[in-house]
Write a protein that binds this ligand. Structure first.
Ligand code: ZN
Length: 399
């Protein structure tokens, strides 16, 4: 089955079934406005190519039950790889972007992984996943990577990223290295763009025209889809939001300016505030020495009701919400997903962020906020696979 050989009409019907199937002929006719004879010809050609099949009959109260058509999701698979500052996650998805097999690779690339180590670990993990699920390498359509941005999408090379300069992670030809190791075509993009695409095409944002996605961890990464267009800045950076100013006389950011959102709402900022308070003698159940305290200690302590940890998470959420209020006031999305370890492991940051965003935003009461991505820890990996698939199929959303 060569999906790239499909004609324009065939591709359109195939992609519709891939995202919304199974569907009847009637539903497809309503969507595309083809003549019945034209649709019959397209469906027959797709079936002849092995791309789709009749999968059953729709329930009907009387008369003939109409046939349902769908793609064959297990004919091919797509690999999705999420490379964050603190972990790597690999997933093997079927053609409907359901995760068939996945693996969290706790590699801590920030401190311990060179790009070559990461590529080796990813290729080893994927070989293991394919093996244990009896998926042949010939059935892999390719691999998408959701990387900490910025990345050069044309060359698949990493950019200069804050705190990712360690271990020679800057200006790395990641696409070429992974293509060599995996033996398939690879497409590299920003992780947040990948995640927002997963939510827009397959996740909880499927019914919305405009959605935004935020991933809160070491950095604050964000991306938006507006009326079917993936919004990209001229420099294609995904942490632009984290350097928007919420206090021009505030704390000094590493970017050289003052009061950026990340100075208050990133995990290093929260950790630093907790360290400072505990070093000054405040009581806390966190037993780690102050210099070793990280956000995982803080989330765990907040879960047990620790006052210092809870207050700092709440404060960070409120200030993140101030930045978020500016963002939703300008972009006016219908739906905002706030994701990442800071959100997935504690309700405090999310709840205070949403309250603050609602209080501070201008006339944006219709915005719905959602805690966490639709695919849990796999959101960026699924998005990377989805991004690769749209790129492979030549979809306009990936330009
Ligand atoms: Zn900054």
């Amino acid at each position: 089955m060569d999906l790239r050989a499909l004609t324009g009409d065939e591709k359109e019907v195939f992609l519709k079934l891939q995202k919304e199937g199974p569907l009847t002929k009637k539903a497809l006719l309503e969507r595309f406005g083809y003549k019945p004879s034209t649709l019959n010809r397209i469906l027959a050609s797709l079936a002849g190519r092995g791309a789709i099949a009749a999968t059953g009959q729709e329930e009907s109260s009387g008369g003939r039950k109409p046939y349902l058509f769908d793609i064959k999701p297990h004919e091919k698979y797509v690999i999705g790889i999420d490379i964050s500052r603190t972990y790597i996650y690999a997933a093997v998805c079927d053609l409907k972007m359901n995760v068939r097999a996945s693996k969290m690779i706790y590699g801590l690339p920030l401190t311990g992984y060179t790009p070559q180590n990461a590529v080796n670990s990813v290729s080893e993990a994927i070989a293991g996943l394919l093996d244990s699920f009896s998926i042949s390498a010939a059935d892999i359509l390719g691999a998408g990577v959701g990387m900490v941005g910025p990345v050069d999408r044309q060359t698949g090379t990493t950019g200069e990223v804050e705190s990712f300069r360690y271990n020679n992670w800057s200006r790395v030809p990641l696409r070429d290295m992974l293509e060599k190791a995996l033996g398939c075509t690879v497409y590299v993009d920003n992780g947040s763009c990948a995640a927002v695409l997963a939510e827009y095409l397959y996740g909880s944002g499927k019914s919305c025209k405009s959605i935004s996605y935020f991933n809160c961890e070491v950095g604050i990464r964000s991306a938006s889809v507006s009326s079917g267009v993936l919004i990209r800045g001229a420099k294609d950076v995904e942490d632009a939001f984290s350097h928007t100013t919420i206090n021009s006389e505030g704390e000094l950011c590493y970017c050289g300016r003052r009061g950026c959102v990340r100075c208050y709402a990133s995990t290093p900022a929260i950790s630093e505030n907790v360290r400072r308070r505990i070093s000054a003698g405040e009581a806390s159940i966190i037993s780690a020495p102050p210099e070793a305290i990280n956000y995982r200690h803080i989330l765990a302590a907040a879960g047990k009701g620790d006052a210092v940890a809870s207050e700092e998470l709440r404060r960070a959420g409120v200030l993140f919400g101030v930045g978020l209020a500016n963002y939703v006031t300008l972009l006016d999305p219908e739906y905002v997903i706030i994701d990442g370890p800071l959100v997935l492991e504690s309700g405090i940051f999310f709840d205070s962020a949403v309250r603050s965003a609602k209080e501070n935003a201008y006339a944006s009461s219709r915005v719905v906020f959602k805690k966490g991505g639709s695919f849990g820890y796999e959101t960026i990996a699924v998005g990377a696979a989805a991004m690769y698939f749209e790129w492979y199929m030549g979809s306009p959303i990936v330009k």
